[in-house]
Write a protein of this length. Structure first.
Length: 190
């Protein structure tokens, strides 16, 4: 399992360093390649342009599984959860934002996405960590400011491909993600 996660991380790093810093000037009204370091959930992400409004978003990060009172004890329990995610994003309002004079460079817009996520997580009382595979749909918005600050929020439904004995993951659940980070690459004057 550790070799699999290391291989995914290595592939993402190669893609990132090969193309992540090549963009000199941001392009308003269209999607572009974007490399970010996430601070809220430590990790990094890379978004590769596929078409006029479509990107492929890769992300590796350290998530957390937080269990409330009643699972194992009377307090909260925290499990670090290494995770990776791949999303196919379609931005639907970048051109409209540009026409209205709003900042739209570096994929600053609203999107729909299909995603796959792998989480190496604790799955139940007295069970070890295992890979939890999840897929789903998300709606979200991303704002990458001229200063480099990046904000990304999304929510939707996720299906967890888990066996019946897994306690901590339901088959269908609501997903909510918040990312705060720093974008590398071309800076905009606007």
């Amino acid at each position: 399992m550790k070799n699999f996660i290391a291989a995914i991380t290595l592939c993402l790093m190669i893609i990132t360093f090969q193309t992540g810093f090549t963009q000199i000037e941001p392009i308003q009204g269209r999607v572009t390649n974007v490399f970010k370091v996430n601070l809220l959930m430590p990790g990094f992400s890379y978004e590769q342009k596929l078409g006029l409004s479509t990107t492929l978003h890769f992300e590796t990060y350290m998530d957390a599984l937080v269990l409330g009172p009643g699972y194992e004890n009377s307090g909260y329990t925290f499990y670090p959860t290494p995770s990776f995610k791949t999303e196919l994003r379609t931005y639907y309002n970048i051109l409209d934002r540009f026409k209205k004079g709003k900042y739209s460079a570096h994929n600053s817009g609203n999107y729909f996405s299909l995603f796959y996520q792998g989480r190496y997580s604790q799955t139940g009382d007295y069970l070890g960590n295992q890979l939890v595979n999840q897929a789903g749909v998300l709606w979200g918005f991303q704002r990458n400011f001229p200063s480099g600050i990046s904000f990304d929020f999304n929510f939707g439904l996720v299906h967890s491909f888990v066996s019946n004995y897994v306690q901590y993951y339901d088959r269908i659940q609501v997903a909510t993600n918040l990312r705060l980070g720093y974008r590398f690459g071309g800076k905009s004057k606007k």
